[in-house]
Design a protein around this ligand. Structure first.
Ligand code: NDP
Length: 621
């Protein structure tokens, strides 16, 4: 049978009817599905929908008619519940994502709170459809499957709304007009077949806005207990002659061995010292990425200055015969003190997050479950005046503390093994990790375009990660070498150094490329790079480093992690802990980022994934 010709072509700009209303908005045609006879279109705000041909009009013909009705686009927009006011910036096809955008990205911030109180939420989302599977590996397929499963379970959970949906669907044709399942005591809104579709936003700050991470609410309980326990396990293992996973449970020290007031004093002093360096009016002030409100926060990026001053302070201490091996001998007490501070900080962060406006919250971490939100972090950029708590904790006490601890371990090694200089292995571990931290601080501005700064709220996960996990587990290799000497031949040293340089080159180049592009997409120096335009206005790099794999920076980081573990030899698994943990962390992080980007960029992201098929390791993963 001969198919009728397709009226509108991919890329055509036409007018698309907003479901349930008689209003038309400018849309771009993304494609046509011959089977369902539906056009996929994208609105200017990034909302993607499927429309029947009868709901589409050519732009020129439509303008004539609309003018004859003397309804100016401006007026129309201001009165209507337009896509721009409901799902702005969201190009996602998942209900949760559309809801997220509806909750947080809808009205201008000044009016948002009032609107939130006055209205109940109904989100518009397309009917489930077969997701295009462009996956190249099992992991990705599993993720797609999970997505589908989530959709299915959502549907089951939403049974009470089924009637509303059915009625709505009649009015909406191909669309679900449905209420969020976690709306609490809000009344359902009838989908009125009126001129302007009734769409509003969520009522409370405590409603879910992005799918839960880390195993959801149960997962949060687990991680809250597991992470500190794991740090303790590593610290207790590293002191053993023969550390092993099978030494479980390791011999526990008496309770009083955990506590040392002096250790708490040192950690507090260290954090205060770093805080003073952070607020000093030295170094450049950089702008963060635009927030949902459009605002761009300013950050004093003087991390390099901070590590130089810290190094001078440590040198003075050594000169004054301050015994830095205290750090080695009181590692457990110092870790306990940092843990205590991270818990107090997280409680403070959680409490203050309950009092800030919607626009200051991260999209995740607002499940309404106290434990999950405490763990995941709720407020995006908690600040005390200009003092940005998240940025400070991410970049200063833990990161610079990591180098200080490594240095103390080198001194402890010399003392314990009667050496005049640290071992080759210890020198490599110290230098490699110092380079990593110095580079991070030298390019401190680049952190402003990373997930932690842009998307994650500040809560226990990051506070614990920054103040405990980084300084007290990333130093395990140096700690291990103090009592487990590993002789390294010169060829081995050279081979490991070469590996580190390769990893560092990939890591630095790829991170800088993305950072430069995000800061100035029209930078002439980057004009050779191919990009994909997305509906949000941002583009995605599709050549250069970001055309090799989707996370070239993770690849570089993993190669470096390998170079950090090799100097510790193969006698024990313990010093390989970082490598193993890092693989898990980056694979999970990549997965989280994929979901987030799919939500943000919709079909443009799918196109990127089709073009750049591998995630981290070319042709492997
Ligand atoms: P990225 O720096 O990779 O940031 C991800 C973001 O980059 C995406 O959300 C997206 O944000 C943007 N992006 C993704 N693809 C493209 C593209 N093709 N073109 C342009 N922009 C793109 O992630 P992380 O924050 O996870 O990592 C930053 C660095 O920190 C990495 O090198 C990582 O290895 C390292 N790291 C180290 C850790 C450690 O403990 N040592 C822990 C975690 C990370 P948008 O589009 O919104 O700009």
């Amino acid at each position: 049978m001969k198919m009728p010709p397709v009226k509108y072509q991919r890329g055509d700009t036409v007018m698309g009817r907003w479901p349930g209303s008689s209003l038309y908005y400018e849309v771009k045609v993304l494609g046509f599905d011959a089977k369902s006879q539906l056009y996929t279109v994208i609105y200017k705000d990034g909302t993607e929908l499927e429309l029947k041909e009868q709901d589409i009009k050519s732009a020129s013909g439509f303008q004539t008619r609309s003018r004859s009705r003397s309804r100016s686009p401006g007026r129309r927009r201001s009165r209507s519940r337009s896509p721009g006011r409901t799902t702005r910036r969201s190009s996602s096809r998942t209900a949760a994502a559309v809801a997220a955008a509806a909750i947080t990205d809808s009205a201008p911030s000044s009016r948002r709170d009032t609107k939130l109180k006055d209205t109940v939420e109904v989100t518009l989302s397309p009917l489930p459809q077969a997701a295009e599977n462009n996956s190249n590996n099992r992991h990705e397929k599993k993720e797609e499957k999970q997505k589908e499963d989530n959709n299915t379970s959502n549907k089951v959970n939403e049974k009470p709304e089924a009637k509303v949906q059915t009625e709505s669907e009649k009015n909406q044709g191909r669309y679900n007009l449905r209420r969020r399942k976690d709306d609490g005591d809000t009344k359902p809104v009838e989908a009125k077949p009126e001129k302007e579709a009734k769409i509003a936003v969520a009522p409370a700050a405590s409603t879910l806005s992005t799918p839960l991470d880390f195993g959801g609410k149960i997962g949060a309980y687990f991680w809250l207990l597991f992470l500190p326990a794991w740090v303790l396990f590593l610290i207790l293992q590293v002191n053993l002659v023969d550390p092993s996973l099978v030494n479980f449970p390791p011999p526990l020290p008496p309770l009083e061995a955990f506590w040392d007031a002096q250790a708490l004093g040192f950690v507090t002093l260290w954090i205060l010292f770093q805080a003073v360096l952070y607020v000093l009016p030295v170094g450049k002030v950089s702008e963060g990425m635009p927030l949902r409100s459009g605002e761009r926060l300013k950050y004093r990026t003087n991390g390099f200055f901070a590590i130089v001053v810290s190094a001078v302070a440590v040198a003075v201490m050594v000169h004054q015969d301050v015994d830095l091996t205290y750090i080695h001998s009181h590692f457990l007490q110092l870790a306990t003190a940092s843990f205590l501070i991270s818990v107090l900080l997280s409680i403070y962060l959680y409490v203050r997050s309950r009092y800030v406006g919607q626009e200051q919250l991260a999209l995740g971490g607002n499940s309404g479950n106290v434990i999950y939100d405490f763990f995941k972090g709720h407020e995006l950029n908690p600040r005390i005046q200009d003092f940005d708590l998240k940025f400070f904790c991410e970049m200063r006490p833990g990161l610079i503390g990591w180098c200080l601890i490594n240095f103390a371990m080198a001194i402890a090694e010399m003392k314990q093994q009667g050496l005049d200089t640290p071992s080759n292995s210890m020198i490599l571990v110290n230098l490699f990790q110092l380079l990593y931290v110095v580079d991070g601080l030298w390019n401190e501005e680049a952190i402003l375009t990373t997930m932690d700064l842009m998307h994650d709220g500040f809560g226990f996960m990051l506070a614990f990660g920054d103040l405990v996990w980084v300084p007290f587990t990333y130093t395990i290799q140096a700690y291990y070498l103090v009592s487990h000497p590993i002789p390294l031949s010169l060829p081995a040293v050279i081979a490991i150094v070469i590996l580190k340089i390769i990893g560092f080159y990939i890591f630095r180049k790829s991170n800088s490329e993305k950072n430069a592009f995000r800061r100035n997409p029209s930078d002439p120096k980057l004009s050779y790079l191919k990009t994909i335009h997305t509906a949000t206005g941002k583009s995605l790099l599709v050549s250069g480093w970001w055309g090799v794999v989707r996370h070239p920076n993770y690849l570089g980081d993993l190669i470096m992690a390998l170079a950090w573990s090799l100097p510790c030899g193969f006698s024990h698994l313990l010093p390989w802990y970082y490598m193993i943990f890092f693989i898990i962390l980056l694979v999970h992080r990549d997965s989280r980022d994929m979901s987030e980007c799919r939500r943000k960029y919709g079909s443009a992201w799918e196109e990127y994934c089709r073009t750049v098929r591998y995630r981290i390791i070319p042709h492997v993963y």
